[in-house]
Design a binder for this molecule. Structure first.
Ligand code: GLP
Length: 263
């Protein structure tokens, strides 16, 4: 696992955007061989999306031959609801770049058969040739997508019931009313993310310090599902200083030194 420590949220977002853009550009994607990008929602990746949009506007990057698969979506929240992940993605990213709508994949939390929707999603990822780079955020309890604590570390796309912690955390998007937060979601599994060729997580803020400590300094555990990325051959966690508050001094210094080329 590579850990990048940047001083601020803005610098973290820029580092992540530079990395993602380089990967897309270097792949020289075509309509026949597109670049397959996994996308998260949440407040953490907003800066990363903004920086990618800037690159597109500057003519440095095109999404014409990029295919996306989103991580998750609430169950039984109408697509047009402002807090659905469909709305989030179109508002904050897709409507501002040159992506083709037919290249966007987001789980349908209103499908008649949710189980079948999840199975079809896995097949669609496979048909696209697998995910080249899965971007992600992390919940304060270390969850990745909606793989709540206790999720199987081998899981594939499926229905998950949200924990009280997550419902409380996400109630900020629903007028702080827990009753308005959907209780279930469709989510890619940890196994789905692990199958991507590369994974890049952004993790910022003091409220994520405990999660980062478990992901970077802890052991692989289903209690902190993002810790599974320790087992991925190409995973990167990009964080800001505030998220490092619970790392040991040794770990913190090690990763700073490593990226300075001192080791
Ligand atoms: C939700 C999403 C996750 C996201 C997490 C953290 O639970 N399903 O993908 O990483 O929230 O969100 P935020 O970045 O707003 O802290």
């Amino acid at each position: 696992m590579r850990v990048i420590i940047e001083p601020t949220y803005e610098r973290m977002s820029q580092w992540a955007a530079d990395y993602v853009a380089k990967r897309i550009i270097d792949a020289k994607p075509t309509a026949e061989k597109p670049f397959v990008l996994g996308c998260p929602t949440g407040s953490s990746p907003l800066g990363l999306y903004k920086a990618l949009i800037k690159k597109y506007e500057a003519g440095e990057l095109s999404f014409e031959n990029v295919v996306t698969f989103n991580m998750d979506e609430y169950v039984h929240l109408p697509e047009e609801h402002p807090e659905s992940y469909h709305s989030f993605m179109w508002k904050n990213f897709f409507s501002q770049i040159d992506i083709k709508p037919e290249n966007v994949h987001i789980l349908n939390g209103n499908a008649a058969d949710l189980q079948q929707e999840c199975e079809a999603y896995e097949k669609a990822i496979e048909a696209a040739g697998g995910i080249d780079l899965f971007m992600g955020g992390v919940g304060p309890d270390g969850h990745l997508a909606f793989n709540e604590p206790g999720s199987s570390l081998a899981s594939k796309t499926r229905i998950k019931t949200l924990t009280t912690d997550t419902i409380i955390a996400n109630s900020r998007f629903f007028d702080y009313d827990m009753n308005l937060v959907p209780k279930q979601a469709l989510t890619v599994g940890i196994g789905t993310v692990m199958a991507a060729k590369e994974v890049l997580l952004v993790c910022n803020g003091h409220h994520k310090a405990r999660a980062l400590q478990h992901i970077v300094d802890g052991e692989v555990s289903h209690k902190w599902t993002a810790s599974m990325l320790q087992m991925h051959p190409h995973s990167i966690v990009v964080c800001d200083e505030a998220a490092c508050d619970e790392l040991t001094v040794g770990t913190y210094k090690y990763y700073l030194d490593k990226e300075r080329g001192n080791l």
